[in-house]
Structure formats: structure tokens, C-alpha cells
Design a protein around this ligand. Structure first.
Ligand SMILES: [Zn+2]
Length: 75
């Protein structure tokens, strides 16, 4: 599999996904992704995005200003 942008090699990696909702910031660590070794472009798969949506919905109910969530621990 090659990068859409630079044709570099795509390798499995993890990233930090941050989203702001109203006054709250939700940070999800250890999100599985695919990263281009050459340009650093990160792709998150559709399945992982669905899981992130679920994590965000749960986090919103906590009503904290900043929520840091580990993707691995929420599985
Ligand atoms: Zn690339």
C-alpha cells in the first residue's frame, strides 16, 4: 500500500485524536492509524472513526472540560 500523496510506504501507527465540543476538549490517545513513512500523512480507518464517535459520545456525558481517554482502554 502506497501513500495517496507522495507514494511513500504506509505503516501501521498510533496517533492522538483531539476534538473540541463547545467548551470541552476530548483527547483520545493510542488511536490506531496508518501513517506515511515519507510525508507523515495519517489516515484513520472508517471502523476506528466509528469507535471514536462512540468514545466522544460517552465522554460528552462526563461533562468535563478536558477529557483524556486511552483508545485501548475503552475497547
Ligand atoms: Zn506520503
Amino acid at each position: 500500500m502506497a501513500c495517496f500523496y507522495c507514494k511513500g510506504d504506509i505503516v501501521p501507527s498510533t496517533t492522538v485524536y483531539t476534538v473540541q465540543i463547545d467548551n470541552a476538549v476530548i483527547v483520545i490517545k493510542n488511536v490506531p492509524c496508518e501513517e506515511c513513512e515519507q510525508c507523515g500523512k495519517i489516515e484513520i480507518t472508517h471502523e476506528v472513526m466509528k469507535k471514536i464517535d462512540h468514545i466522544i459520545n460517552v465522554a460528552k456525558q462526563l461533562m468535563q472540560e478536558v477529557a483524556v481517554i486511552d483508545y485501548k482502554l475503552s475497547a
